[in-house]
Ligand binder design. Structure first.
Ligand code: SF4
Ligand code: SF4
Length: 203
């Protein structure tokens, strides 16, 4: 009786060991499959981010801070500011993603954010960026931005100069009819003034 019980007790572990069913995973080397709509660590396309800070303003937990990194497009993002996210406070609501006007921020599939210190879960744009410009590309874009700015300055100066030229001509044109009008009204008014006392005297 005891023998049979012992064999029975060994049977179950043996059966389980023979089965090819995954019971545990070798984390973090083997990750579980995540659902399609998983909201993980954000992904940033630094090449299209305009640094508007809309994501930071809309965040209900104030976990986004705009910080400087030199890997964006200076033509679109003049201050080269990108979102840095504190995942210690983030609740993965996705509001920042919905608010982004150029759709350069999205919820990614990375979920591992463990660290040894509190600051390890504050992820900089350098960590979040999935797309970025190289230093050479940024230098070329900066040269282009300077050229565009210089062109704009020249156009604005030319516009100002032409406006300054046209202003006296316009002023003269505006004053002339007024003077003419005054000259035309002068004798008529005088005649009317002279006629009034005469009328009063007759009565
Ligand atoms: S997902 Fe929500 S809580 Fe997290 S950074 Fe975006 S807006 Fe803030
Ligand atoms: S990620 Fe989007 S909302 Fe945030 S600063 Fe960049 S462009 Fe603006």
């Amino acid at each position: 009786m005891l023998k049979r019980k012992m064999i029975k007790n060994f049977g179950w572990p043996l059966k389980t060991a023979m089965r090819e069913t995954e019971v545990t995973r070798l984390y973090p080397e083997v990750m579980m499959e995540l659902p399609e709509n998983e909201r993980g660590i954000h992904e940033l396309d630094a090449t299209t981010c305009i640094g508007c800070a809309s994501c930071a303003r809309v965040c209900p937990n104030s976990c986004i801070e705009m910080v400087h990194f030199k890997f964006g497009n200076p033509l679109k993002n003049k201050k080269m500011q990108f979102p840095q996210i504190d995942f210690g406070r983030c609740m993965f609501c996705g509001l920042c993603v919905d608010e982004c006007p150029v759709e350069c921020l999205k919820m990614g599939k990375k979920v591992v954010m463990a660290g040894w210190e509190r600051k390890d879960i504050v992820k900089s744009p350098d960590f979040l960026a999935t797309k970025r410009f190289t230093a050479k590309e940024v230098a070329d874009l900066e040269a282009e931005a300077k050229r565009v700015a210089a062109e704009k300055a020249v156009a604005a100066a030319a516009k100002k100069a032409s406006a300054a030229k046209e202003a006296p001509a316009k002023e003269g044109a505006a004053k002339k009819p007024a003077k003419e009008g005054a000259a035309a009204n002068g004798p008529a008014k005088k005649a009317a003034a002279e006629a009034k006392p005469k009328e009063g005297g007759a009565a």
